[in-house]
Design a protein around this ligand. Structure first.
Ligand code: CO
Length: 501
């Protein structure tokens, strides 16, 4: 049986390598590829997607899985063997239902979508993107139907990103967030002037910002000998193996937060990727538990750490040294308040910690409507603007700052936004747990020591790779089922203090 399992692992290595080769091509497309490369890159990616799909769903894979599954189960649910087999079986069962030509069509539509999305962004107008998006939605509906679903079609998409989490569960989750956050956002916006952030909106030269982001990500533990940072339109992290985990960021010379906090965010993802055990290399366990758990790591380093007073007590002198004129006469408290200013804004990735989840609710509800056939693609910009008005009280001046801002839909990535809100909430629960176990942790951070938090996440989260599904992993790591309460109480406390509520 050990032999059959070894054969399965070897068989999977090709799938892993093809997937990582596709990741390299994607990374290059987002960073360095000239526009002229678009057509060939689409061909290359769709060929790889087809090869992967063929191998994942091959009769050979089916046979091997059937052979080793009972044995793997006997090794125990925490075993490496069961982890590998469980994940491959789930992927096989899902993908075997999806015709190869649909997979290839989705890959082509994603390349087309990305290309027209960039074009539409340039024109600040949704119209050039609409036909490609319509095609993407149509294909994703076919895809969801092929996978199968019980209550809502959207559940089939959600299950790919957050296994075990349903629309019904999320409706309740978002209801709790809404109830907790909306009154707080309201109270804060009435006292908006108590926190000033003019200091962030000055000229911050690009090359120095770049150096500072590198200092910051190294300080929290990102290993640049096993990673690197580049520029892209939309910041992201990609792992080619646990020893090559890359991040990107974007620099705005007139707004400090854009690059700095995106870098910390992506470095949080990258710490997760670099923390996957070597044993999982070239196995299905090399990856995170889910999008939401991944996002808990990024949001924790970006916000819970990166926007804390303790972090800036350590890092502010470095900022001052690099930007003496921009920070002249600014105290660390002023700076801490500035980077936490909360106000309704248009761009999700630049939203403050408090209003951020409202941006997610807008997208979650629009996706639910699209996939339940309550909303058509052509009506998306208007629906977007209406929801922004009702949740945040503001309307985008054009589609670039509205419906075109995120990359996700341009690649057919529906069902992935809820992970961001889940990430915030999971991070809240992790932070509460770590603080209880390590009361001196903030004092350490003040001295630039971030190892306690990193070690805790290495031990409780990263070490497990993709072994456990998100709700299971959170329960194991924190000893409690996932609840919105720790996050809500963290955010209430922080913003009540900042705004004197
Ligand atoms: Co992220």
């Amino acid at each position: 049986m050990q032999e059959a399992f070894s054969e399965l692992l070897t068989y999977y290595q090709t799938i892993y390598d093809l997937g990582k080769a596709a990741a390299v091509l994607n990374w290059d497309r987002e960073t360095y590829m000239p526009r002229g490369g678009t057509r060939a890159r689409a061909d290359q990616l769709s060929t790889l997607a087809r090869l992967i799909h063929e191998r994942v769903t091959s009769p050979k894979m089916g046979e091997l899985l059937e052979k080793v599954l009972p044995w793997a189960r006997e090794q125990g649910e925490d075993s490496f063997e069961y982890g590998v087999v469980r994940l491959l079986k789930r992927r096989y069962d899902r993908q075997v239902k999806v015709p190869a030509d649909l997979v290839e069509a989705m890959s082509r539509a994603a390349s087309k979508g990305h290309e027209t999305w960039l074009l539409a962004r340039k024109e600040k107008n949704f119209a050039p993107f609409a036909p490609a998006l319509e095609e993407l939605v149509r294909l994703r509906k076919d895809y969801a139907d092929a996978l199968g679903w019980e209550e809502r079609r959207y559940d089939a998409l959600l299950d790919q990103v957050e296994p075990g989490i349903t629309s019904r569960w999320l409706d309740q989750f978002f209801a709790e967030l809404r109830e907790g956050l909306v009154p707080l956002v309201q109270a804060v916006s009435e006292r908006r002037d108590r926190v000033k952030d003019d200091v962030l909106h000055q000229h911050w030269p690009e090359d120095k910002q770049w150096q500072l982001t590198l200092q910051a990500v190294e300080a929290i533990g990102y290993d640049l000998s096993r990673g690197r940072q580049d520029r892209s339109v939309h910041p992201f992290t990609t792992a080619f193996s646990p020893d090559d985990v890359r991040i990107t960021t974007r620099v705005d010379e007139h707004f400090f937060s854009a690059a700095f906090f995106a870098s910390l965010h992506e470095a949080g993802h990258a710490l997760y990727g670099q923390g996957i055990p070597q044993k999982f290399y070239r196995t299905p366990l090399d990856g995170g538990s889910s999008g939401g758990v991944h996002e808990s790591q990024s949001r924790m380093w970006e916000n819970v750490v990166g926007r804390s007073l303790a972090f800036w007590e350590f890092f502010f002198p470095k900022l001052k040294e690099m930007f003496p004129s921009q920070t002249e006469g600014v105290t660390v408290e002023d700076w801490y308040r500035a980077v936490n200013k909360s106000q309704p804004s248009l761009i999700r990735v630049e939203a403050d910690e408090l209003t951020y989840n409202l941006h997610i609710m807008v997208r979650y509800e629009l996706e639910q409507d699209l996939f339940a056939d309550r909303l058509q693609v052509k009506d998306l910009p208007e629906a977007w603007n209406e929801k922004m008005k009702s949740y945040l009280g503001i309307t985008p001046p054009d589609d670039l700052e509205g419906v075109l801002q995120d990359i996700h839909w341009s690649g057919g990535g529906f069902g992935s936004f809820p992970s961001y809100a889940l990430g915030n909430v999971i991070a809240g629960q992790i932070w509460e747990t770590v603080k209880e176990a390590q009361p001196g942790i903030e004092e350490e951070m003040r001295r630039g020591l971030f190892g306690t938090l990193l070690q805790w996440t290495r031990e409780k989260i990263h070490r497990h790779g993709a072994q456990y599904d998100p709700l299971d992993l959170v329960q194991r790591a924190t000893g409690k089922p996932l609840s919105t309460e720790p996050y809500l109480s963290y955010i209430r406390q922080k913003f009540s203090h900042l705004y004197g509520l």
